[in-house]
Ligand binder design. Structure first.
Ligand code: NAD
Length: 260
């Protein structure tokens, strides 16, 4: 069913985005991967996906903090591959600080990349999905889209916003054979999480191992990180026939975190 369909995955040269691109490519989906770095390595990742999985794959550099670049990503991908029927809004950044010290420019960047980019790519992709008669929009939110932690005010606000956006878009498109869902991971070991560890060590005055055990995985009852392959497979499931009636849903993949 997914064979030959075309997907755009934002922020996908590493971590969860690359895990999603890989699992979709494995299922036969042509993929456009994205970051804002425009390095040779980025193009090499796309070439490898194409070779490994015998699909079309391309890299498109676009800064997801820039509305015009979000539009250009979807338009460029459509020119390259044809109708984009799978859109995965994954790009995201994190910054950790007490609210009174939170730099306003970091707040703005988190809102732009983690929330507004999904609006700009979605508004650009939806007419093509309607014309194609089938579509899947999957927004990578977070356990922090459903619950909160201290020192992450911008991230928590943006991820809650993304869940609200998901529900609204799902209702608008419910009769168009286009679903819109959010995936809400707990901790997945990726460069984004690795980069948070020093800030968390400072904020909690703890060493690395204690932060991992007592701050990060303390919230995750399974005491295990989710893997990028698991998140990729869940995205592929949301694109499958079995998931046709799942729409407007925040799907937790958090080892029980939000059951607490
Ligand atoms: P990561 O840092 O490994 O990857 C982020 C990707 O986004 C990279 O490819 C990076 O190049 C790209 N990116 C960053 N800023 C960008 C910009 N301005 N324009 C285009 N691309 C940009 O992070 P990750 O952990 O894989 O996170 C991916 C998504 O999953 C994020 O939205 C994050 O909030 C969410 N998430 C992650 C975890 C986790 O534990 N890792 C948990 C819940 C949710």
């Amino acid at each position: 069913m997914l064979q030959g369909k075309n997907a755009v995955i934002t922020g996908s040269t590493s971590g969860i985005g690359l895990g999603i691109a890989t699992q979709l490519a494995k299922a036969g989906v042509n993929v456009v991967i994205n970051s804002f770095t425009d390095r040779e390595d980025d193009y090499a990742i796309a070439d490898k996906l194409a070779q490994d999985h015998k699909v079309k794959a391309a890299y498109f550099s676009a800064d997801m903090s820039d509305a015009d670049a979000c539009v250009a990503l979807v338009e460029g991908a459509t020119e390259k591959l044809g109708p984009i029927s799978i859109l995965v809004n994954n790009a995201g950044i994190q910054f950790v600080a007490p609210v009174e010290d939170f730099p306003p420019e970091k707040w703005d960047a988190i809102m732009a990349i983690n929330l507004s980019s999904a609006f700009h790519t979605t508004r650009t992709a939806v007419p093509g999905m309607k014309a194609f008669g089938w579509g899947r929009i999957i927004n990578i939110s977070s356990a922090h889209g459903l619950t909160a932690s201290p020192f992450k005010s911008a991230y928590v606000a943006a991820k809650h916003g993304l869940v609200g956006f998901t529900k609204s878009v799902a209702l608008e498109l419910a009769e168009q054979n286009i679903t819109c869902n959010a995936v809400c991971p707990g901790y997945v070991m990726t460069p984004l999480v690795e980069a948070q560890i020093p800030d968390q060590m400072k904020a909690h005055n703890m060493d690395r191992e204690t932060v991992i055990r007592e701050v990060m995985l303390d919230r995750q009852p399974t005491r295990e990180f989710a893997t990028v392959e698991q998140i990729g497979d869940i995205v592929a499931f949301l694109c499958s026939e079995a998931a046709t009636q799942i729409t407007g849903t925040p799907l937790s993949v958090d080892g029980g975190w939000t059951a607490l």
